[in-house]
Write a protein that binds this ligand. Structure first.
Ligand code: G
Ligand code: G
Ligand code: MN
Ligand code: NA
Length: 253
């Protein structure tokens, strides 16, 4: 599979596609933006899950060209949507490894200028996993995104071991509570209260909260009560190609 991925990248990213999953304002369920997600379709093996190919891209360094490619896809599509919905937020996943091993931070800044996107309408989502301890170079690169006016989201919050540490070090703008908490919040009082407290904490810090993984109307209603700012999940919309995202979500605004 490493060979297939490498070949596909050399072949103008054949088989790679940027998918977009809608994000909504929790208060009134209006469209807020989209998370960009990488997909890879292999001619022989069919659709390969990012959970499988992203770690391979990271181990082999192929995440450098692939990360640059999807970042540019995201900004190009985001710009098109922003012509219709001016405040549309385009969010891009970036891993710790990408930040440390590539020039992705300065490439993001350059691409934002090139595509004439307002940096305030760009969100970089940092996945907690892979992030182990504080690293001054990382903190400084992360800080330079912030000084460009780009908003920063801490993804999968609650799954690692040093969450509070990251709140101190990284001063994110948005906290995305991992989707495993969404399902748990419906199953018992303790987990619901815990989520509720996380929401209070996030708002005390004057940050925004996104709840992920909302799959049912019941979950939407229950999660609404913890007061998130943004919501995301299959109930609202699955990740899909740009054209479908446009027809299903942008055209209806
Ligand atoms: O889309 P899906 O939920 O299957 O993605 C699985 C994981 O792959 C997610 O945790 C997500 O963070 C990661 N992922 C998806 N797209 C990208 C991407 O463009 N860049 C990086 N670094 N990770 C991604
Ligand atoms: O780690 P990250 O939050 O970036 O992962 C995003 C992934 O989560 C996407 O690949 C997407 O397919 C998946 N996802 C988004 N919404 C839902 C949902 O409601 N349920 C489940 N099971 N997965 C979801
Ligand atoms: Mn994410
Ligand atoms: Na997540």
């Amino acid at each position: 599979i490493t060979k297939i991925l490498r070949q596909s990248i050399l072949n103008h990213f054949e088989g790679f596609e940027a998918y977009f999953q809608p994000l909504f304002h929790a208060e009134d369920n209006t469209l807020y933006g989209a998370e960009t997600l990488m997909r890879f379709h292999c001619a022989e093996l069919g659709m390969i899950s990012p959970a499988e190919f992203i770690p391979i891209l990271e181990e082999t360094g192929l995440i450098i060209p692939a990360g640059r490619w999807i970042m540019r896809q995201a900004l190009a599509c985001g710009k098109k949507i922003q012509r219709v919905i001016p405040n549309f937020q385009i969010s891009i996943n970036v891993s710790y490894i990408q930040i440390m091993k590539s020039d992705i931070i300065s490439e993001i800044a350059a691409a934002i200028e090139e595509f004439e996107v307002n940096p305030a309408n760009v969100v970089i989502e940092l996945t907690e996993s892979g992030l182990l301890e504080s690293d001054p170079r990382f903190t400084s690169l992360w800080g330079s995104l912030k000084s460009e006016g780009i908003r920063l989201a801490l993804d999968d919050f609650g799954t690692g071991y040093s969450n509070f540490h990251y709140l101190y070090e990284l001063k994110p703008d948005i906290i995305k509570i991992d989707r495993s908490f969404t399902a748990k919040a419906l199953s018992n009082e303790y987990d619901y209260n815990l989520l509720s407290l996380m929401s209070d904490m996030v708002h005390h810090l004057d940050l925004k909260l996104c709840v992920e993984g909302i799959e049912t109307e019941e979950e939407r209603i229950r999660l609404q009560q913890v007061g998130p700012d943004y919501s995301q999940g299959f109930f609202f919309g699955r990740p899909c190609p740009y054209k479908q995202f446009h027809d299903d979500f942008v055209a209806k605004c």
